[in-house]
Design a protein around this ligand. Structure first.
Ligand code: GUN
Length: 291
C-alpha cells in the first residue's frame, strides 16, 4: 500500500481563506477588526521563527497583530503586568504567550493569568476543564488542526481505535480528549508504555507527538491506518552536504507510508494547520466578545 498524503498546507490555506472572509464581513458589517497579541520572552531561535510566522499570517487574514518581544531576564511581575494590560485591552481578542518560557518564569501561573475568553491557545485551566467535560472551550490549536484533518479524511471517527503517542498538555492530552469527544476508543501511549509497537499496531488512527525523530516505524502500523505526525525534528543530513540538516517527523515517513492508508508529511502537514487554527480561535474569541 502507498498512503494517501494528507496535504495540511493546502487544507490550512483553505481554513485561512475562510477566516479572512469572516474578518472582511466583521469589518464591513460591525466595524470590528480581530486582534491577536503574541508575547515572546527571550531569544529562542525556533520560537522567534514561529512568532514571526504567526504575525505574518495574522496580518494576511486581515487581523491586527500585536507583537510583544521581551528580554529573557523579564521578571514574572513585569510579564503578568503586560498580560493584565492585554486582558483589559478591547482591541485584543486573543493572547498567546509563546512557550517555553525562560526557566525563572512559572508557566502555569503565567498561562492562568490570561483571560480564559482570550486564551486562544486553550491552555488556561478553565479551558482544559471545559474541554474535558465536553463544554464549549477554546481548543488547543495543534490538536484542533489534527482533528480537522482526521474528520475531513474519515468523515465520522466514531468507534475507531485511536492511539496518541505522547502525553503533553499542549498536544497529547487535549488530542485524546478531542478524539474521545468524537467517540473514538482512545489510548495514550508514552515513554513508559510497555510493548508500544503492539499498542500502536491496534490503531486505526495514530497521532504521534513525542518529539523523537522517526521513532514510529512502518512495522508498527496496522495496514490502512491513518497517521498524523505532529513531530518537527531537525536532524543532520550529511547526504545534503556537510553541516546540512533536514526536518523529519516522529514517524519514519518512508516505511510508514508503505503501510498506512493516509499520512501527513513533515513539513507541510500539521504545522500549517496549527497556525490556521490559531487564527480561527482568534476569530471565535472576537465573535464571542462581540455577542
Ligand atoms: N510552543 C510550542 N507550541 C506552542 C503552542 O501551540 N502555543 C504556544 N503558546 N507555545 C508553543
Amino acid at each position: 500500500m502507498t498512503a494517501q498524503i494528507i496535504d495540511g498546507k493546502a487544507f490550512a490555506a483553505t481554513v485561512r481563506g475562510k477566516v479572512a472572509e469572516h474578518v472582511t464581513r466583521l469589518k464591513a458589517d460591525h466595524g470590528i477588526t480581530p486582534g491577536l497579541a503574541v508575547v515572546l520572552v527571550g531569544e529562542d531561535p525556533a520560537s522567534q521563527v514561529y512568532v514571526r510566522s504567526k504575525g505574518k499570517m495574522t496580518v494576511e487574514v486581515g487581523m491586527n497583530s500585536y507583537e510583544h518581544k521581551l528580554p529573557a531576564e523579564t521578571s514574572e511581575a513585569e510579564l503578568l503586568a503586560l498580560i493584565d494590560q492585554l486582558n483589559t485591552d478591547p482591541a485584543v481578542h486573543g493572547i498567546l504567550v509563546q512557550l517555553p518560557l525562560p526557566g525563572h518564569l512559572n508557566e502555569d501561573l503565567v498561562i492562568n493569568s490570561i483571560d480564559p475568553a482570550k486564551d486562544v491557545d486553550g491552555f488556561h485551566i478553565s479551558n482544559v476543564g471545559l474541554l474535558a467535560t465536553g463544554q464549549k472551550a477554546m481548543v488547543p490549536c495543534t490538536p484542533l488542526g489534527c482533528l480537522m484533518m482526521l474528520r475531513d479524511y474519515h468523515g465520522s471517527l466514531s468507534g475507531l481505535n485511536a492511539v496518541v503517542i505522547g502525553r503533553s498538555n499542549i498536544v497529547g492530552k487535549p488530542m485524546a480528549q478531542l478524539l474521545l469527544r468524537d467517540s473514538c476508543t482512545v489510548t495514550i501511549a508514552h515513554s513508559r508504555t510497555r510493548d508500544i509497537e503492539e499498542v500502536v499496531r491496534r490503531a486505526d488512527i495514530v497521532v504521534a507527538a513525542v518529539g523523537r525523530p522517526e521513532m514510529v516505524k512502518g512495522g508498527w502500523i496496522k495496514p490502512g491506518a491513518t497517521i498524523i505526525d505532529v513531530g518537527i525534528n531537525r536532524i543532520d543530513a550529511p547526504e545534503k552536504g556537510e553541516g546540512k540538516t533536514r526536518l523529519v517527523g516522529d514517524c519514519d515517513f518512508a516505511s510508514c507510508a508503505e503501510v498506512a492508508g493516509a499520512i501527513t508529511p513533515v513539513p507541510g502537514g500539521v504545522g500549517p494547520m496549527t497556525i490556521a487554527c490559531l487564527l480561527a480561535n482568534t476569530l471565535t474569541a472576537c465573535s464571542r466578545a462581540n455577542g
